[in-house]
Design a protein around this ligand. Structure first.
Ligand code: GDP
Length: 294
């Protein structure tokens, strides 16, 4: 069954053929293949090495089960460990408060505004009453973009075009949402092309003002390892509750998911699988493990 897991790992199967016990010597080559597959998927080199050490420790000394080949057994151990590192199961949103407030942060171009719309649509389809908030007040085009998305999916957008006090705008929006019996408020925020302290401080002020239930970093999976330093920086300043990885419909192999999880300890909650507004999916660690080993 694990033969199909990975074309890249065929050498693991070949090299381990005929072994009855997994020893350090006979899994060394297999570990090299797995390390290459991880690096190829853009997993950070330090994290890949640590991972390999963990897998090795688990493999050595294991008797090969009769029903599988040694290669299958090693790949299963690798797969299970990857799934565990990626969070085990899906980590969905909790709706403990009404309204539940979700703040989206991230660099400009990461897909934040689109993702705000996608998340709003996903939650609306679950029967929730949703409100979007235009928090990127410096670019009128960003407010226009969110309003267009809001109209397309039939979700109201709170915008205050004459104010640049985003914390106050967000507080107003949450207040109105509470009165209106809204279930979820999603706040889109401003991003820059690179991490910028002024931007981060503004996000900190919004976070303090509205005390969101979720602060999710929207990160472009194609950034690969760079996404990890972005994640670390945002997490330090904002105490994130999770991630949304976008553009996984492209070439990105998803190593960023593993690195981000390992470095911050926060779960990836959703993935963006396209430009369309219905292309946001719940993140499943087992599927991502297969993709990383792919
Ligand atoms: P923002 O600056 O972070 O608000 O980014 P936008 O929401 O404006 O998105 C930037 C670009 O990325 C737009 O062209 C989006 O259509 C595109 N985009 C967002 N999410 C995805 C995704 O999951 N897949 C693909 N292929 N494109 C995406």
């Amino acid at each position: 069954m694990f033969e199909s897991l990975s074309d890249k790992l065929h050498d693991v199967f070949r090299k381990l053929r005929g072994q009855s016990t997994l020893t350090e010597a006979n899994i060394t080559d297999a570990m090299r293949e797995i390390r290459l597959a991880l690096l190829d998927a853009d997993v950070n080199i330090k994290i890949a090495s640590e991972f390999i050490e963990g897998v090795k420790a688990e493999c050595v000394g294991q008797e090969v089960i009769k029903s599988v080949t040694p290669g299958q057994q090693v790949v299963k151990i690798v797969n299970d460990k990857l799934v565990e590192l990626l969070g085990g199961g899906a980590s969905e949103l909790e709706f403990k408060s009404k309204p539940t407030v979700i703040m989206l942060v991230g660099l400009h171009g990461s897909g934040k505004t689109t993702t705000a719309g996608k998340l709003a649509l996903l939650l609306k389809r679950q029967g929730k009453k949703v409100q979007l908030v235009a928090g990127d007040v410096y670019r009128p085009a960003a407010i226009d973009q969110l309003e267009i998305i809001g109209r397309e999916i039939g979700v109201p957008v709170h915008a205050e075009r004459t104010s640049v006090n985003v914390a106050a705008i967000a507080v107003n929006a949450v207040e109105q949402a509470r009165t209106a019996g809204t279930d979820v408020v999603i706040i889109d925020t401003a991003g820059r092309l690179q991490i910028d302290e002024t931007m981060v401080q503004e996000l900190v002020r919004i976070r303090q003002a509205v005390r969101p239930d979720e602060v999710l970093l929207v990160a472009d999976a194609a950034l690969g390892q760079e996404a990890v330093s972005v994640a670390e920086h945002f997490h330090r300043a904002l105490d994130l509750t999770g991630f949304i990885l976008t553009k996984l419909d492209g070439d990105a192999r998803g190593g960023a998911a593993l690195s981000i999880r390992k470095v911050t300890g926060c779960p990836v909650k959703f993935i963006g699988m396209g430009e369309k507004l219905d292309s946001l999916e719940v993140f499943y660690p087992d599927r991502m493990a297969s993709r990383i080993l792919g």
